[in-house]
Design a protein around this ligand. Structure first.
Ligand SMILES: [Zn+2]
Length: 491
């Protein structure tokens, strides 16, 4: 193993100390928990409650690639369009959550990818970017969903990406490369997680899988309900193990979903999938752990698509609302964690106008946009004319872009556009920058960033979250608050 990938010594405790501690009965003995042993003095009082073993239900919500500006803009859109704060910010306003920053450093970089980031929570190790619960030398770390399953809890994964994508896989699978999604689907089948909802038909269907296997048949033989549409999913009626795969690849961006009748009818929203997962697993009576991912916030950031970004963050916010409705009914027994795995492209609402009073009116234009930048680009290519480009943007947004700007996108589509920062050279990113002139949403680039991320939590164990948390501590927190024993590592 490389010198960094298993380095847990940075903040005064390491995993083996925890395991020793656990073996002595400390995990459940009401000592105030592991996290108190590494917390500084100011946090001690908040650790006085004994949360060990109290969390029968854990809901882990992750907006993938959510920079701080994304959180702010979704809140502003919620206030402007819906007349209420976002659920996430309302939890801050009402002082209902513990809140701090989290360091998402991975085994090889301060800039995380989603696989290593989710694995840091999923197995408590800082592994290399691109790996899923596996060290560079092939050492596998048992992820949190199998651990909870072995402890008799129900397990669930809900996402707007392919269900085999890096973030859900980080709680559940072991592969050396995140792209091994056929293998990840196979592991879901073998490990029998209870509720699996999202996109990714290409990794389950015999028409697309490299090995020609039809995993749906396998799941059905094991007694799963298999849903391929919103109607087939329905609403939960008691506990039922369920595989729901609604699209070939990722689910659509929320705004495109809403305004495309076929998609609106056949694909459930993140909030609907979350409700289904919670209702079904709650009905089992066994307790559960559920990861809910707003996965396409990240994709919108990569493509500098402010419209996709804000509306997908709002859809994620609706899922937070569902989770907190459940929390409000079971506050003593439910740990809710809300966070993101890394910043991405660091979008923000920027100043516009001499006294900045054009910023919000520009931002308000998003309220009448019908489709995302990704929708615009999906029909443009290197033979699109200037007028086609302008009309496609007009259809999606009602905005008539300048000829000179349309020309830049025209050139970018043909590989002839040069930006000073190469991360902003792809056609998608050129469109993103063009739209910034109209919406005042601007991006620093089109890739992940090293930002310390937002972390909020409520319920048993949340009081142990201080102002600054190391990513791997969440693994320990979830095990300890649920009273699930950590695996003892070999060596
Ligand atoms: Zn990403």
């Amino acid at each position: 193993m490389s010198k960094d990938s298993n380095n847990n010594s940075g903040n005064g405790f390491n995993r083996r100390d925890f395991l020793k501690f656990g073996a002595l009965g400390g995990i459940l003995a009401g000592t105030g928990g592991l996290l108190s042993s590494c917390a500084n003095g100011s946090a001690t009082s908040r650790n006085s409650d004994n949360y060990a073993g109290k969390a029968k239900y854990i809901i882990f919500l992750v907006s993938d690639g959510m920079s701080h500006g994304t959180l702010q803009m979704a809140d502003l859109m919620s206030r402007r369009k819906l007349g209420r704060p976002s659920k996430w910010i309302s939890l801050y306003e009402e002082d209902r959550v513990a809140r701090g920053l989290m360091d998402m450093t991975t085994g090889n970089s301060n800039v995380p990818d989603s696989a290593a980031a989710a694995s840091s929570w999923g197995c408590g190790q800082r592994i290399y970017n691109g790996n899923v619960n596996m060290a560079e030398d092939g050492t596998e770390f048992e992820p949190i969903l199998p651990l909870f399953k072995n402890a008799g809890r129900k397990t669930g994964l809900v996402t707007t990406t392919k269900v085999t994508h890096a973030t859900p896989a980080g709680f559940s699978a072991n592969v050396p490369q995140r792209g091994m999604e056929d293998e990840i689907a196979q592991q879901y089948y073998e490990r029998e997680f209870d509720i699996i909802l999202g996109g990714g038909n290409i990794h389950f269907s015999d028409e697309h899988r490299e090995d020609g296997r039809n995993l749906y048949d396998g799941f059905r033989e094991k007694g799963y309900k298999v849903a391929r549409s919103k109607r087939e999913l329905g609403t939960a009626a008691g506990f039922e193990r369920t595989l729901g795969v609604f699209t070939d690849h990722h689910l659509p961006y929320s705004l495109d979903h809403e305004n495309t009748p076929d998609l609106a009818e056949n694909v459930p929203t993140l909030a609907e999938m979350s409700q289904y997962a919670i209702d079904s697993m709650y009905a089992s009576g066994d307790g559960f752990i559920l990861q809910i991912e707003g996965g396409r916030v990240d994709h919108a950031a990569h493509t500098m698509d402010g419209t996709g970004l804000v509306y997908d963050q709002l859809a994620f916010d609706d899922a937070i609302r569902v989770a907190f409705d459940f929390y409000d009914q079971h506050p003593e027994e439910t740990l809710v964690i809300i966070t993101t795995d890394h910043g991405n492209a660091n979008p923000a609402l920027n100043a516009a106008g001499s006294r900045y009073d054009d910023s919000v009116p520009n931002f308000d234009k998003l309220q009448t946009f019908r489709y995302t930048n990704n929708w615009i680009m999906s029909e443009l290519n290197d033979s699109s004319s200037l007028s086609e480009i302008r009309s496609r943007i007009g259809t999606a947004t009602g905005i008539e872009v300048e000829r000179a700007h349309a020309q830049m996108l025209y050139d970018a589509l043909r590989g002839d556009f040069r930006a000073a920062y190469r991360m902003k050279e792809r056609p998608m990113n050129v469109l993103g920058d063009i739209m910034s002139n109209h919406t005042s949403i601007a991006f620093t680039g089109s890739v992940h960033t090293a930002d310390y991320v937002e972390l909020a939590a409520a319920g048993p164990g949340s009081s142990s979250i201080g102002a600054f948390t190391r990513n791997t501590d969440l693994f320990t927190l979830m095990l300890e608050s649920a009273g699930v024993e950590a695996p003892v590592m070999a060596g």
